[in-house]
Write a protein that binds this ligand. Structure first.
Ligand code: GUN
Length: 293
């Protein structure tokens, strides 16, 4: 059996570390981290994610503020709310949950968030700082993956890292981070996507395979080199009548068969997913302690 990279356990460890730091801050009389989340509309998944973020804040002793706006809120009104939070000195971190309704420009809203409070790491300033290797808020999923590689002491220097998927949120930043001149990094990186020719052959040359293309069970055993480290970012609900819930969760990787070949692998659920909230909390702590700006 390969090493199972346990994101659930690791995220709990990180939350405990953050909670311990909050206790120290209280004793020192410092600023208790405060995260504000803006949620527009009634999208079920977004409500679940934001609910989990707010609950996690409570768990580690942060303050949190949830601002809920109607689906039909105007872009101007949302921009005004973001600016109000920008100007509120008590709030350290600000996230606007995505997706937004079609009549609102994600670019305009993202650009309105003050980079100092952008704990999602989505603003051009923070993406640029990440690319330059400057102190920044690395966005939640890439940061979660980096932290898993670190805590499991996965060797990365000189390895071939193949990333499947070029999204702004995962694939592109992952390719930059894995090529950086620091640990984890120093990889030779190949960034692949839907137009890549011979994707299976390229994937098979990976020492580290990071899969974030959003297709259930896309990566099969024949696409994976013996001994590769496999990081699965996908998460999909698949109907399953044998489950009480009526569904089961699967990733972009066929876990059963790929785990026979991998030396280490993240499961779904319980791999990359739980790390994302831990990353957000960590960034909010950095913001409150003014460690980035
Ligand atoms: N929607 C899906 N993932 C995220 C995230 O990490 N941050 C925000 N703001 N919205 C999301």
């Amino acid at each position: 059996m390969p090493l199972i990279i346990d994101g659930k356990k690791t995220s709990e460890d990180i939350k405990q570390e953050i909670a311990a730091r909050v206790k120290e801050i209280k004793i020192e009389g410092g600023k208790i981290p405060h995260l504000a989340a803006v949620l527009v509309g009634n999208d079920g998944a977004s409500q679940t994610y934001v609910g989990a973020k707010v609950k996690s804040c409570e768990q580690v002793g942060f303050q949190s503020t949830l601002v809920r706006l109607n689906e039909d809120v105007t872009e101007d009104e949302l921009l005004r709310v973001v600016d109000e939070i920008n100007d509120n000195p008590d709030i350290d971190g600000l996230i606007v949950q995505l997706p937004l309704p079609n009549h609102i420009s994600i670019q305009k809203v993202t650009n309105k968030i003050r980079p100092e409070k952008d704990v999602d790491g989505f603003t051009p300033a923070n993406v640029g700082r990440m690319a330059l290797g400057w102190p920044t808020y690395v966005s939640a999923t890439p940061y979660g993956i980096v932290e898993l590689l670190k805590r499991y002491e996965i060797e990365t220097s000189g390895k071939h890292c193949v990333v499947i998927g070029r999204s702004h949120i995962v694939g592109s930043p992952m390719s930059i981070l894995m090529a950086r001149n620091e640990y984890p990094g120093n990889c030779t990186v190949t960034l692949t996507h839907s137009r890549t020719k011979n994707l299976a052959e390229i994937a098979k040359t990976a020492d580290i395979l990071i899969v974030a293309l959003g297709k259930p069970g896309f990566v099969t055993a024949d696409m994976v080199k013996e001994g590769a480290v496999v990081i699965d970012v996908g998460i999909h609900r698949i109907a399953d009548a044998t489950k009480k819930s009526g569904f089961r969760l699967v990733g972009d990787v066929k876990f059963e068969e790929v785990s026979q070949k991998a030396s280490a692998i993240t499961p779904v659920p319980g791999g990359v997913g739980p790390m994302t909230i831990a990353s957000l909390l960590y960034n909010t702590l950095l913001a409150a302690e003014k460690k980035v700006y």
